[in-house]
Design a protein around this ligand. Structure first.
Ligand code: 13P
Ligand code: SF4
Length: 349
């Protein structure tokens, strides 16, 4: 590989080229060589500093491939990252994901330092509802349990009976309805996830008007268009998509459930109806699969970059804190979810 110095940022030296060669070989299918000259010095610096500080980097499946494959210690969907945050011995966690994920890590590990590289990494679902909204819902529907998607603030989780992710939502809804002896639950804040779950359970669901700004943009017409342009393509959709999109898909599930599907079935051609980095990350594992790549970017996930992660480790910013009284109530809801043994789950298709 020809040596270069990145126009801005850290220099790409021959030593760095050598020490990062194996990592580049891993991602060369999806990261152009010219970009590696920019990424490699950060990858090298982050991996050194991370070892020095005994930190772990927890990265969501929507991180870009140079983060996902080259600096992350653990990768996964929201449920897997929450489990890892609870399990890790490391005293320092850097969350390569959005703010609610970092808060979840802090809730589960109050004694650990949790850093997020960019405080602006939010989520349209988390922004759609407040703790006061949940209190009003509980007043309106007394006695009904509140099932809360993890894509929410700690304050909202604290008002909830149990949390769920897209990986375990049906099981969580059925478990709490059975335990409370009710036929209806409140499920917040994603109206599409709630509608997709409602198709798979006799439990009635009262939902909220939140939406994921990435998945709400896909339409059933889009899916039919992908099929027309790509005969025999297998369509996998995230359950935050509108129900009519999920109905057109061959399979719907969490980000990790989609990855498992590709790994098990090895479709010749696939489209992942979700955030853009997913296809790149999965293509590294399965280079023989042809990924059709219409996708939508999550601007919040894309706030997390290699320079941001390095800066975060160097300066120990931005530390995520949660009021201990809120954290202990939120923890009960998250731990109740984690206690339920579920794997990646299929949503309605
Ligand atoms: P997963 O739990 O499926 O990874 O979803 C998280 C998310 O933010 C999807 O938009
Ligand atoms: Fe939130 Fe959607 Fe971005 Fe996930 S993809 S973090 S749900 S806005």
């Amino acid at each position: 590989m020809e040596m270069a110095t990145s126009a801005i940022g850290l220099p790409f030296t021959p030593e760095i080229a050598l020490s990062t060669r194996a990592l580049y070989e891993r991602v060369s299918h999806v990261v152009p060589e010219i970009e590696w000259a920019v990424h490699a010095p950060y990858v090298d610096a982050i991996n050194r500093l991370k070892r020095q500080k005994n930190a772990v980097i927890l990265a969501h499946n929507y991180m870009t491939p140079e983060i996902f494959h080259c600096v992350a210690d653990f990768v996964g969907d929201s449920l897997q990252l929450a489990r890892e945050a609870a399990r890790t011995d490391a005293k320092l966690i850097v969350q390569a994901g959005v703010h609610f994920m970092a808060e979840t890590s802090k809730i589960l590990s109050p004694d650990k330092t949790v850093l997020i590289p960019d405080l602006r990494a939010g989520c349209s679902l988390a922004a759609s509802i407040t703790g006061a909204d949940v209190r009003l819902l509980k007043e309106k529907y007394p006695g009904l349990p509140v099932v809360t998607y993890v894509n929410t603030s700690a304050e909202v989780k604290a008002e909830s009976d149990v949390c769920c992710t897209s990986s375990n939502a049906v099981a969580v809804v059925e478990d709490i309805a059975r335990e409370r002896g009710v036929d209806t639950v409140i499920m917040i804040p994603d109206e599409y996830l709630a509608a997709n779950v409602a198709k798979q359970t006799p439990v009635k669901i009262i939902s909220w008007k939140g939406r994921c700004e990435v998945h709400e943009r896909f339409s059933a017409t889009d899916i039919r268009g992908y099929r027309e342009a790509n005969p025999r393509v297998v369509v996998l959709a995230h359950p935050e998509c509108p129900p009519e999109v999920v109905a057109e898909a061959d399979f719907a599930g969490s980000t990790s459930a989609m990855i498992s599907y590709v790994g098990k079935k090895r479709p010749a051609r696939v489209v992942l109806v979700t955030e853009c980095s997913m296809s790149d990350n999965v293509a590294v594992e399965f280079p023989e699969v042809d990924f059709v790549r219409p996708c939508n970017l999550c601007p919040h996930m894309k706030r997390i970059t290699l320079p941001g992660i390095l800066h975060s480790l160097e300066t120990m910013t931005h530390e995520v804190t949660v009021d201990p009284a809120i954290a202990s109530r939120a923890r009960a809801a998250v731990e109740r979810m984690l206690a339920l043994k579920t794997g990646p789950q299929r949503a309605a298709a």
